[in-house]
Structure formats: C-alpha cells, structure tokens
Design a protein around this ligand. Structure first.
Ligand code: DX5
Ligand code: ZN
Length: 209
C-alpha cells in the first residue's frame, strides 16, 4: 500500500512540504478547490506551481473543481503522476480523462460519499485511479465515514469483475485507527493525522503496518 500526504490543513506549507520530502511518503497529494464545486478555495496555481521548490515527490493532484478542463493543462506542467477530478462534474468526463492522458499523466475519477459506485462504470476502461472519498470533499480534519469500507469492497469487486487494473485511493479522515478499514486500497491519502503531528515519519510509518 502506498501513502500520499496532503498539506491542505498545513499551517506552514513550505516547511511541511520540506519535512514531507524527507520522509518515505510516496506522493504529495495536491488538493485543488475552486470555491464552486466545494465552498473552500485553495491557493491559485501561480502560487501552487512553486511546490517544486520544496519537494521532489511525485504529485497526486485531486481537482475539486467545476471545470477540470481548465486546471488539467496547468497541473500537467508539474511533477505530476496522477490527475483526478470528480465524477459529479458537469463537464464531459471522457474528454477530460483523454485530456489528462494526452499529457501522458495517469488519470482518475474521485467519487464523493453520497455518489453510487456504479456511476463509475462507463469510465472504468479509461481509469488508472479512483479516489474513494471517505469524507465529504472540501476540507481536511474530518471524521472517516465508516460506510466507506463497504464502498471500497464494492469498487474492488467491480474492478475485478472487468479485469481492469485500476488503483483504489482512499482519501479523508485516515489515521492509525481508520487505516484498518482501507486494507483493500492501493493508496491511502492522509492530511491532518500527519501534518498536525511533531514527527511526520513516525505517523507515516504507523500507517504502513
Ligand atoms: C478533502 C481532501 C482530502 C483531505 C484529507 O476534500 O480531498 O485530501 O485534505 O485530509 P485529512 O486526512 O485531514 O482528512
Ligand atoms: Zn484530496
């Protein structure tokens, strides 16, 4: 299982990114919010692009935006491994997935807790990753939704039934307790449990058991 760390709730982003760069975390998860798809807004791309100054880790970009097609070309410029946007958007999903692929970047869909897993079926042939949200999108520091465990199982069964190799990434409210509900995941994404601590590596290691 790989681990992504998000700095969404970080009080000092450059410092925390430098600290994360010194750990064995696998990805930096970049939460991008436009204030429309979710009520919160993250820093503009002109600031976000400076992330390379603080970390050489590969990026797992999570777009919580109404218009992914506007953000994909921007975040494709960075040290980006995955770009994922939400299956709930109005934009043409397949066009946006193809746009990500046109940059030779792995593409994904994120699914909010209230959206049926079956909504993903038409897009599975295109996907490298699915982010299963275990909290409502829009903020860090929320409680893990326990019904996520069954949704991960349902998605795993669905992927296996089509013999696709799609990575499952669980995102939100993950700590050394709730990680036990994510055993079928390929990636877990964690924010405040790590960034609010005084030993990032210790917390990351506690998630790997
Ligand atoms: C929520 C974000 C998550 C969140 C995770 O909208 O997509 O990545 O920041 O943070 P924690 O681990 O604090 O719930
Ligand atoms: Zn996220």
């Amino acid at each position: 299982m790989k681990i992504g760390a998000t700095f969404l709730t970080s009080k000092n982003i450059p410092q925390d990114l430098r600290k994360l760069n010194d750990t064995d975390v696998d990805y930096i998860h970049v939460d991008v919010m436009d204030g429309k798809f979710v009520k919160n807004k993250t820093m503009p791309f002109s600031e976000m692009r400076n992330i390379y100054k603080y970390t050489s880790k590969r990026l797992d970009v999570h777009l919580m935006v109404v218009n992914p097609s506007k953000y994909i070309p921007l975040y494709a410029e960075l040290n980006t491994e995955f770009i994922t946007f939400h299956v709930e958007v109005e934009e043409d999903i397949i066009d946006c997935l193809e746009l990500i692929k046109s940059y030779s970047i792995k593409c994904g869909l994120a699914i909010s807790p209230d959206t049926k897993i079956s909504e993903l079926i038409p897009y599975l042939p295109y996907l490298d990753e699915v982010i299963v949200m275990s909290v409502p999108p829009g903020a860090g520091g929320q409680e893990f939704i326990l019904s996520t465990e069954a949704r991960i199982q349902e998605l795993r069964d669905l992927i296996d039934s089509y013999h696709f190799s799609i990575l499952i990434n669980v995102d939100g409210g993950i700590n050394d307790k709730t990680v036990s509900y994510c055993s079928l995941a390929d990636i877990i994404t964690c924010g405040s449990y790590i960034t609010k601590s005084d030993n990032f590596q210790e917390k990351i290691t506690s998630l790997r058991v």
